[in-house]
Design a protein around this ligand. Structure first.
Ligand code: ASP
Length: 355
């Protein structure tokens, strides 16, 4: 499956995988890349070349910023023609955000970008880091019968599964199987072997050479509805200075309260030019705006549907589109279309079609 001549770049950003315990506080802290590599002597058994890049300061991924995503994207851009694929070592906390952001930043990607990390540091006896790292490298080096890389998209490898990056969510703070994609099948299942799900893997033909878009605009917010949310709270959030986009997490298939003040506050925000994207709070399923009157009233205010986007994909997609300088109308149009497999398309019957 792998090719002797494969050359994979390992990008180390931080995360538990490379952390060690502080002797005084006993808290886990990021540590350096050499420590990580020295704990995986098996890397020498792999039959391909590994080259490394490490962030100047490895970080806990809860400190990730859009500027860090841009830095990763720029490294990939710089090394793209020199290597066959990338493995990004990353903390689990914001891994799904980074995976989603990179998927939008790396237009025309035709090589694997596999993001992985671990729940236990690599120096610990029961670590999951060694297996995740080695499997991620093997997936990045995997070729099909024609010699092309099997994976040509941003994906998350964790424990037994490979998931599309912009469909993934961290589902557990303590299980080794920490990630899941609730609305899209796995790209590969890892057992005794690595079994690729060819029907689910991205097969879009790149329209041109890699085109990296490192610009992100973070003027976005999340409005998470709950029974009892007040007019004051909603209006306060929607009038945050300089805000351009809001991801609104609604009930069930895209419903919110039908109180006149709520509909009015949302309509006024849309009329001011705010892009409001409706996604569901449910971990599985899609917004179906015409299914219930409450959802329909929301859609009639000009709120757009994010269908089955994850929260991570919705936020980073808004950041990406505003980062490109598009007008609100253009952002709305593009939010309802899949860019790189992040959402399913809705058809009028309310059923879902996988793109
Ligand atoms: N706090 C860590 C991080 O995201 C957790 C992990 O890596 O699992 O960097």
């Amino acid at each position: 499956m792998t090719d002797n001549r494969s050359k994979i770049m390992l990008i180390y950003t931080g995360g538990t995988i490379g952390m060690i315990e502080n002797q005084t506080t006993h808290a886990l802290e990021p540590f350096n890349f050499d420590h990580l590599i020295s704990n995986v002597p098996k890397l020498k058994m792999l039959d391909f070349e590994i080259v490394n890049f490490q962030f100047d300061n490895p970080i806990d991924s809860s400190s990730m910023k859009p500027s860090n995503w841009s830095e990763i994207a720029r490294v990939i851009e710089k090394e793209y023609d020199n290597v066959d694929g990338f493995v990004v070592l990353h903390g689990t906390d914001t891994m799904a955000y980074t995976a989603s952001a990179l998927s939008f930043m790396l237009e025309n990607l035709d090589k694997p970008v596999i993001i992985t990390g671990s729940q236990l540091p690599i120096g610990e006896v029961r670590t999951d880091g060694e297996e995740n790292l080695i499997t991620a490298l093997q997936i990045a080096a995997a070729r099909d019968a024609s010699g092309h890389q099997v994976i040509r998209e941003v994906a998350i490898l964790f424990d037994n599964f490979l998931w599309r990056g912009n469909r993934s969510t961290k589902q557990s703070a303590d299980n080794f199987n920490a990630f899941h994609s609730n609305n899209y099948p796995e790209l590969a299942r890892i057992g005794l072997g690595i079994s690729f799900n060819l029907d689910a893997i991205w097969r879009g033909k790149p329209a041109g050479p890699l085109n990296v878009h490192p610009e992100m605009c973070a003027d976005v917010l999340v409005l998470d509805l709950f029974p009892g949310i007040s007019e004051q709270q909603v209006r306060y959030l929607l009038s945050t200075p300089n805000i351009k986009g809001v991801v609104m997490k609604t009930f069930g298939s895209g419903n919110g309260p039908d109180d006149p003040w709520f509909i009015k506050a949302i309509r006024e925000a849309v009329e001011r030019g705010l892009v409001i994207v409706n996604i569901t709070q449910c971990s599985n399923g899609s917004v179906l705006p015409m299914r219930y009157r409450n959802g329909m009233e929301l859609a009639q205010t000009g709120v757009i549907s994010g269908y089955d986007l994850t929260s991570e994909a919705a936020i980073t997609k808004l950041m990406h589109l505003f980062g490109q300088g598009y007008s609100s109308e253009e952002v709305k149009r593009r939010m309802e279309e899949s860019i790189c497999g992040e959402m399913s398309s809705s058809i009028s019957t309310g059923r879902l079609e996988i793109l």
